[in-house]
Design a protein around this ligand. Structure first.
Ligand code: GLC
Length: 432
C-alpha cells in the first residue's frame, strides 16, 4: 500500500469517531504544526490565500500563518532567492511565478515524492510540464494568467462605438474621444491605463505591444536576440505617445494595482490587466459594477499585426528546508484542489490549473470570460524564460528599463532597442 492511501483507510475505519486524530488530504496523520505560507498580495490574493489556508488548518488541526509579502514580481523573486539561498526554513510554502521553477528548482522539494500521481494527472499536463525541472516537480500549478483588455460597455455605447477596438489605432482614437467627452464632468478621467513602471509587469505589457506589432519575443526560441527591429520600435513609440495624452503621465510608475485603482474608481475607459480585476470590478461596492467587459488586447497594424496576451501564472512550492515538508505538501495539495480553485475562480477571477473547474457552471457564470476567452489563454505569448534560463531576470530587467526609458521620453524606440540589443548580447555572452 502506498503511504498516501493509508489515510483513506484510517478514515474509513474510524469514521466520524476519529476525534483527536487528524487526517490530512494526503492521508498523513499530523496535527499541531504551524506552517508559514508566502502568498501574493495583488487584488484579493492575501484574503483568498488566508481563507483556504484556515480551512485546511481547521480540517487538519494545524495552524497556518500567511506571511506578508511584496507585490512586485521581481522584488519577490529577489527576496525569495535571498531567503532560500541562505537555507532559511522560515517559510514552508512559497507562491511562485510559473516562470521561476528553473531559477528556484534546487530550493524546493520534489512534489512527486509527496503527491499521488493520480492527483498530478488532474492538472493541465502543459502546466505540470512547465513546472518540472529535470524530472523534479518543483511546484503544483495554481492559476494561469493572460493580459486582457478591459473596456467600459456603457461608455462605448454612449460615444457610439459598437464594439471594442480590434487594433491599437482604434483603441487610441476611441480612448481619445471618450476621454474628451468625459473630461467635461470628470477632470480625473483617462482613456487608457496599464502597467508602465520599470518592473516585470512592464515586460509583460511591452511584450504584448511588440508581439502584436509582429516584433517578436525579445529573444527567439533558438536564443537569438531579436528585439532590435522596426516593428518593436514602432510599438514602443506608440505606447510612449499615450503617456500624457490618453494615459496619465504617472502611468510610467503604475503597476497592476495603480491601474486598477483608476479603472475601478470609474476614471478610465480602457485598462490592460490580468483577470483578477474582473470580479473586483464587479464587487458590490464597485462604481463600475456591471458596466464593463473584457476582450483580447488589440492587434498591431498591417498584415503582421496580431492579438497578443502575455502568459503568466502562479504555483505553490514547498521549501526544501521546511521542517514540516509533508504537512506543507498537504497544504499545497489542498490549496490547489478543485474545491479551492473553484472558490478562487469565482471570487478572485483566477484561471484554474485543473481542467475540471472550467466545466463548473457556477465558475462560468461568475467569470464568463474564462470560457469565452479560452483561445486567448491557450495562445498566450510566453516570455523568453526557457531559452534564457537563469539569465532571464537580467534580460527582463534590461527590457523593462529600455521600455520605460522610451515611455518617459528619455529615449525613442529605435535608439533604445539598438542599446538593448547590445546589452542583451552582453548578458548572453557565448551562450545563455
Ligand atoms: C501577474 C502574472 C505574472 C507576471 C506579473 C507581473 O502576477 O501572473 O506572470 O509576472 O503579473 O507583474
Amino acid at each position: 500500500m502506498k503511504w498516501y492511501s493509508r489515510g483513506v483507510l484510517v478514515v474509513s475505519l474510524l469514521g466520524s469517531a476519529a476525534v483527536g486524530l487528524v487526517v490530512t488530504n494526503l492521508g498523513i496523520a499530523q496535527g499541531g504544526v504551524t506552517l508559514r505560507v508566502a502568498c501574493g498580495t495583488v487584488g484579493s490574493q492575501q484574503a483568498l490565500c488566508k481563507s483556504a489556508a484556515d480551512r485546511w488548518a481547521a480540517k487538519t488541526g494545524n495552524k497556518v500563518d500567511v506571511v506578508p509579502n511584496v507585490a512586485s514580481s521581481n522584488e519577490r523573486l529577489a527576496l525569495f532567492q535571498q531567503q532560500l539561498s541562505a537555507g532559511s526554513s522560515d517559510v514552508d510554502v512559497y507562491q511562485i511565478e510559473n516562470i521561476w521553477p528553473g531559477l528556484l528548482a534546487d530550493y524546493f522539494v520534489d512534489l512527486k515524492e509527496y503527491v499521488p500521481e493520480a492527483t498530478i494527472k488532474e492538472f493541465f499536463p502543459s502546466m505540470i510540464e512547465a513546472d518540472t525541472v529535470e524530472g523534479k516537480l518543483v511546484d503544483l500549478p495554481w492559476y494561469g494568467d493572460a493580459g486582457l483588455l478591459y473596456y467600459r460597455k456603457d461608455l462605448l455605447e454612449k460615444y457610439g462605438f459598437k464594439k471594442p477596438p480590434s487594433t491599437w489605432a482604434q483603441l487610441t482614437s476611441m480612448a481619445t474621444k471618450i476621454q474628451q467627452g468625459e473630461r467635461k464632468d470628470n477632470s480625473n478621467f483617462w482613456g487608457y491605463v496599464w502597467q508602465g513602471a520599470a518592473y516585470e509587469g512592464l515586460t509583460c505589457d511591452a511584450l504584448e505591444w511588440i508581439y502584436s506589432y509582429g516584433g517578436g519575443t525579445i529573444v527567439d526560441n533558438k536564443g537569438n536576440v531579436t528585439i532590435n527591429n522596426k516593428n518593436a520600435a514602432a510599438a514602443l513609440d506608440m505606447a510612449a505617445k499615450w503617456v500624457g495624452t490618453i494615459s496619465p503621465k504617472g502611468v510610467t510608475t503604475y503597476s497592476e494595482e495603480e491601474s486598477r485603482g483608476v479603472w475601478q474608481a470609474g476614471n478610465a475607459a480602457f485598462m490592460r490587466n490580468w483577470p483578477y480585476a474582473f470580479p473586483l470590478g464587479n464587487g458590490d461596492t464597485s462604481p463600475i459594477k456591471g458596466k464593463f467587459d473584457v476582450t483580447v488586447l488589440p492587434k498591431g497594424p498591417g498584415a503582421s499585426g496580431k492579438n497578443a496576451a502575455t502568459f503568466g501564472g502562479h504555483s505553490l512550492a514547498v521549501n526544501r528546508f521546511s521542517k514540516n515538508a509533508k504537512a506543507a505538501a498537504d497544504l499545497v495539495v489542498y490549496m490547489t484542489s478543485a474545491e479551492v480553485q473553484k472558490e478562487r475562480a469565482i471570487v478572485g477571477g483566477y484561471n484554474p490549473s485543473r481542467p475540471v473547474v472550467y466545466k463548473d457552471p457556477e465558475v462560468l457564470k461568475a467569470s464568463p470570460f474564462l470560457g469565452r476567452l479560452y483561445k486567448v489563454f491557450a495562445n498566450a505569448v510566453v516570455r523568453p524564460t526557457t531559452v534564457t534560463a537563469t539569465k532571464y531576470p537580467r534580460v527582463s530587467e534590461a527590457f523593462w528599463n529600455a521600455s520605460n526609458s522610451v515611455l518617459t521620453g528619455k529615449s525613442n524606440g529605435a535608439a533604445a532597442l539598438v542599446a538593448l540589443e547590445d546589452e542583451l548580447k552582453r548578458i548572453k555572452g557565448a551562450k545563455w
